[in-house]
Ligand binder design. Structure first.
Ligand SMILES: O=C(O)CCC(=O)C(=O)O
Ligand SMILES: [Fe+2]
Length: 307
């Protein structure tokens, strides 16, 4: 059984890089403790998530921006369906993107955020935690760079003002009327560079091993679950794995509990050219052609009918 590394980010990065790099190459996943996102900020963000999702359905739906593929604001329960999945996912969510200075040239790639007027302080706290996720992600990318034999700042330019999205997720308690076979989140791979996830201590998250077996990911309280997305898999020509994962329905007591989670989908800059790193190209691993992060994203969103 492959093991998912669990590392503390207070240790020097060159001491954790190898273990983390091995875990990402074998399983696509790693657990990161002492990630630097302040616990009180996380607590405030959870409280605001609960407050928002407890609003009446018709109020939440005012923030559902039709025709934008759910890139910002609210996406109602039962909307998203994973690629190749038979049923919709049993979740609702809110997306926060980068807040750009007015007139920034990146505005053509990144829609402005919307904020729920009914939840005071939502904007401030969510912008703060977006920044904290980004800072933690930058350090994790440094560890990944070291593990790949590169300088620590190898990824720095490629993610500066990246098109990252934070998703606030609510899976309600299981309802008797749910379609047979529907699960909280059907198997999928993340499209982006790396994902930093809070909230996975509430059970349900599973990943698919190279042998095709589903195993549970059970981080300690407050830790991040980090996984490799398709864009970094492509840049490393398959060396780092973008692994299928899902959130299964709880049984027993847990079925009556909601589950909240907060993935931060860290993205490259839209104009970054994803090219396979030479060191991972050989006759057994032929590379995919270069593509910008934006073109790749649009291609993938079309596949899941969001663009
Ligand atoms: O809720 C979770 O634990 C995982 C969510 C997830 O994989 C996703 O939204 O891409
Ligand atoms: Fe995911």
């Amino acid at each position: 059984m492959p093991t998912i590394a669990s590392v503390s980010l207070v240790r020097p990065l060159d001491q954790v890089a190898e273990e983390l790099g091995r875990s990402f190459a074998e399983t696509g996943f790693g657990v990161v403790r002492d990630h630097g996102i302040p616990a009180d900020l996380i607590d405030r963000a959870w409280a605001l998530c609960r407050e928002f999702f407890a609003l009446p359905e018709e109020v939440k739906r005012r923030y559902h921006l039709k025709g934008t593929g759910g890139a910002r604001g609210y996406t109602p329960f039962g909307t998203e369906q994973a690629k190749d999945a038979q049923d919709v996912d049993l979740k609702e969510f809110w997306h926060v993107g980068r807040t750009l200075p007015a007139g920034d040239p990146l505005e053509r790639f990144m829609a402005p955020n919307v904020w729920p007027a009914e939840v005071p302080g939502f904007r401030e706290t969510m912008e703060d935690i977006y920044g904290a996720f980004e800072a933690s992600g930058a350090r994790i990318l440094q560890a990944i760079a070291i593990s790949l034999g590169e300088a620590p700042d190898f990824f720095a330019d490629s993610v500066r003002q990246g098109n990252s999205v934070m998703r606030l997720l609510h899976y309600p308690p299981l309802a008797p009327g749910a379609p047979e076979g529907a699960i909280r989140a059907a198997a999928h791979e993340d499209i982006n560079t790396i994902t930093l996830l809070l909230g996975a201590e509430e059970s349900g998250l599973q990943l698919k091993t190279a042998d095709g077996e589903w195993i549970s990911v059970a981080p300690p309280e407050g830790a991040l679950v980090v996984n490799i997305g398709d864009m970094l898999q492509r840049q490393t020509n398959g060396h780092l794995k973008s692994t299928s994962h899902r959130v299964v329905n709880p049984v027993g007591e847990a079925a009556r509990r909601p589950r909240f989670s907060m993935p931060f989908f860290l993205h490259f800059r839209p104009d970054f050219l994803i090219e396979p790193m030479e060191k991972f190209v050989d006759s057994a691993h032929s590379p995919l052609p270069p593509i910008t992060a934006e073109d790749y994203l649009q291609q993938r969103l079309r596949e899941i009918k969001l663009a």
